[in-house]
Design a protein around this ligand. Sequence first.
Ligand SMILES: [Zn+2]
Ligand SMILES: [Zn+2]
Length: 442
Amino acid sequence: MYVRFWGTRGSIAKPGASTLRYGGNTSCVEVCADDGTRVVIDCGTGAHELARALMRDPRSAGGYLLVSHTHWDHIQGFPLFDPLFVSGQRWEIYAPGGRAQHLEASLAGQMSYDYHPVGLEALEATYRFHDLTEGQFDVGGIRVTTQYLNHPALTLGYRLEADGAVVVYSSDHEPHAIRPAKDRPGLQPVHREDQRHVRFLQDADLVIHDAQYTLDEYARRAGWGHTPYECAVDYAIAAKAQRLALYHHDPLRSDPELDEVVGHARSLAASGQHVPEVMAAAEGRTIELPRRTPVPQPAIEARASALISALPERAPSVLIVEADPKAARGLQEALKPEQIRLLLAADEQEALAMARDLRPSLIFLRLGQESKAGCGFCSSLRHDRDPHVADIPIVVLTDLRRDSEHIAQAFQAGATDYLSEPIKSTLIRSRVRSWLLRTRTT
Ligand SMILES: [Zn+2]
Ligand SMILES: [Zn+2]
């Protein structure tokens, strides 16, 4: 299996003298398995040059396009991806989807006449859209596992396994909690979702990871959905990844500045318990992954499928536990576009009764000053006699500055997720969507 970078820049294309070595085009990565299966991950402006290469290759008859999310820098190459305009080509196109978001509508919107001279109807290739949630599916000889990332739009990371090797693509992701500076690089993170993220990268031969910011820059950009490169190094160490390619480079970062980032990232990696090889993804660079005897993959059961069409539909509802009516209204406003049923409880006692009666799909618990970590409520729910009630995901939301100990306490009591203010309404929506999609098979 090999991996080739066609676009490495984040947010906006940045061609010019300052980005010649690492590249100015936005997100696009090609992965090819030994059996010839071709996967294109993201379709930023880098996809244009890939399209030209495919058109020159007489054996190329199609492939699989995996879109992480529909922000511009990941789809702007789609309307000019030549193979889609050629009859006889066959493309299967995947992206996170589901309630209130469908890939086809997003891509068609980008090709409406206000933005582009020809619409989706001009595509002559055979193509199909597939909406995804978390789970697994196969494309040719590659097993794909998906996991939600922490970004203000519904975003999936992709873990690809073939020929005994593993590559993980994790772009447009923000840590759920930043590790204290005094900690040694690569310690297991304290936030459960960060731990889950590390498991997603576990033992990969290559991790392609968002590293748009430095920790200093991140302090001014929290909530924008990107990772400081220091945290990407932490994850690669904790996950025992062989190689880390820093990715989604900031448009303001020149080549010499990126060299400096790589130098520092390498010294951080060298002080961890496990030392991954660190590089910055560079446009045009190809990485060969080692070939090992593949472990036979079991068939994917319907409930583990990432393909939404294979899953049963379930009407969702969200219970908001919030004593302050003004704050409750704020949350209701933020969730309005999701077309989900919103339930409101003013205190934890009322919430417990409503959870038992109405069995919501998700609970949003606001932590007040007096509440230690919502522990009483979380553990009452987790020990409920009704297994459905005991399983409802609880997202704890706090506007208090909490330390790692409080976060750990909340998880120990049974919280599923933990969000600290300030948090943008787009991020709240994206997290609610991802939790609702995760629970849809239960
Ligand atoms: Zn991006
Ligand atoms: Zn994005």
